[in-house]
Design a protein around this ligand. Structure first.
Ligand code: GLN
Length: 484
């Protein structure tokens, strides 16, 4: 059962060939059996899930229920869940219980999805390896000595090991696509503003976007359809109709113009990974698409621009954790300043502190123009590069990451090497574009990801391309041996 995609499971449930309670029990057992190795979950909500599954079975029995009725599901632990703690992978929020659900959570609940728990992640979504979590690292189901990627490492590892058919995730600089690539699963980061950020704990507000990780593009389409849409409670959410992402999945790719991002093949790309990506491009050609090289000259500036903008915004967003209103409070504060200082020193980990300090520095008087304003200008140049490219091609493609998953501990001591992991993913966030990662083979036995980037609000086009590719290939159906 666990080998089936979310799409198949939803159909089985609706046809009453399996009950939600049976499914939830089966996945809970897999979660429990894997937790000591993978550490994909911060919190498992077994009791609540079983009660919800019973209700889903009643609804399905009466011919009612939403499109995801009874489907087991998980949330990255930065989506607020009423009554269930939301830690954001941090000691700061270790015991935080939100009084309300994030919009994404309430929408998926309304669609009938059953939450089995909250997924581990890098602290405040800052990281590329899931090693910054206060709750310990997540491990890669393909090889537990390797990282699953980050920051949505729990979501990606859980789907890869089939502990869940799908999970929410977020992407500020690559945190959906990079772990999806490392774990051999499918992930989509929608256009900035497509999915509500209400109740999604903020890291860098002009870049953060919620999305989904699942086994197949079809599965992600099915979930995104429920998640996406205008939310009056998020002022950056876009008031535009949500197309039916499932409706166009089968469309022919004949005549589709694909641009291959030259800069993504220039430096540091693992040769075996490159071969996987080139083979994937050949599949698209066989499907009738045309492929040609496109250059985006300002793309190499993405990482430096991002590591000014993201820390600047995080330093402002994380100012709210002051030990007063919510989150960790130090013991026996002497005075207000001592309360702030010790609560924040104790509550945040090293990477979060590094970002807050960098961000505070680049925003300070005298440096604002030199760093923050300059970075925003670079961001504009990158956005213009993309706009020019999308005047000529329908989609851009390239590798998701420069290498497959690396070993735990390999990059923790050197933040710059760690940051360079996001070299291919960050530009889509800076420009607010939708982007996906789709499994496209194995480089030295480890999953490789094909990245697909589209113009604003072209999610349906991305999903269509990814789905047609997945009908020709079975990389997305491969399951790590230990979990097969
Ligand atoms: N790895 C990047 C960072 O550390 C991106 C994280 C993310 O997308 N949340 O900031």
């Amino acid at each position: 059962m666990y080998r089936q995609t979310l799409t198949q499971l939803a159909a089985e449930l609706r046809a009453r060939r399996v009950s939600s309670v049976e499914l939830v029990r089966a996945f809970l057992a897999r979660i429990e059996a894997s937790q000591s190795t993978l550490n994909a979950f911060v919190t498992v909500t077994a009791e609540q899930a079983l009660a919800q599954a019973e209700a889903a079975d009643r609804a399905l029995g009466a011919g009612r229920g939403g499109p995801l009725e009874g489907v087991p599901f998980g949330h990255k632990d930065l989506f607020c869940t009423a009554g269930v703690r939301t830690t954001c992978g941090s000691r700061m929020l270790e015991n935080f219980i939100s009084p309300y659900d994030a919009t994404v959570v309430s929408r998926l609940k309304a669609a009938g999805a059953v939450m089995l728990g909250k997924l581990n992640m890098d602290e405040f979504a800052m990281g590329s390896s899931n090693e910054t979590s206060y709750f310990g690292p997540v491990r890669n189901p393909w090889n537990p000595a390797l990282v699953p990627g980050g920051s949505s490492g729990g979501s990606a590892a859980a789907v890869a090991a089939r502990l869940l058919p799908a999970a929410t995730a977020t992407d500020t600089g690559g945190s959906i696509r990079q772990p999806a690539a490392f774990c051999g699963v499918t992930g989509i980061k929608p256009t900035y503003g497509r999915v509500s950020r209400y109740g999604m704990i903020a890291f860098a507000s002009s870049l953060d976007q919620g999305g989904v990780i699942a086994a197949s593009a079809e599965d992600t389409a099915r979930v995104l359809r429920e998640m996406a849409g205008f939310d009056p409670r998020d002022s950056t959410s876009v008031d535009a109709p949500v197309p039916d992402y499932l409706a166009g999945l089968e469309q022919s790719l004949s005549g589709l113009k694909i641009g291959v991002l030259k800069e993504f093949f220039d430096t540091g790309l693992d040769p075996a990974y490159e071969r996987c990506v080139r083979e994937a491009l050949a599949v698209f050609e066989r499907l009738g698409a045309s492929v040609r090289e496109v250059s985006l000259p300002n793309i190499p500036l993405s990482v430096p621009a991002y590591y000014v903008v993201a820390p600047a915004e995080c330093s402002s967003n994380l100012a709210r954790y002051d030990g007063v209103r919510f989150g960790h409070r130090c013991a026996e504060a002497r005075d207000l300043e001592d309360l702030y200082k010790r609560s924040r020193s104790e509550g945040f980990g090293a990477e979060v502190k590094r970002r807050i300090m960098t961000g505070t520095y680049v925003l300070s008087a005298g440096y604002y123009d030199a760093y923050y304003l300059k970075a925003q200008r670079v961001r504009r140049l990158i956005t213009s590069d993309f706009a020019r490219a999308f005047g000529e091609v329908d989609l851009l493609m390239g590798p998701t990451t420069p290498t497959p998953a690396f070993e735990l501990g390999a990059k923790v001591a050197d933040p710059i090497t760690m940051y360079l992991n996001d070299i291919y993913t960050i530009s889509a966030n800076l420009a607010g574009l939708p982007a996906m990662s789709v499994p496209c083979g194995f480089a030295a036995g480890l999953p490789a990801g094909l990245q697909i980037i589209g113009p604003h609000f072209a999610e349906a086009r991305l999903l269509n391309a990814a789905h047609r590719y997945q009908r020709e290939t079975d990389w997305h159906l491969r399951i790590p041996e230990a979990y097969a």
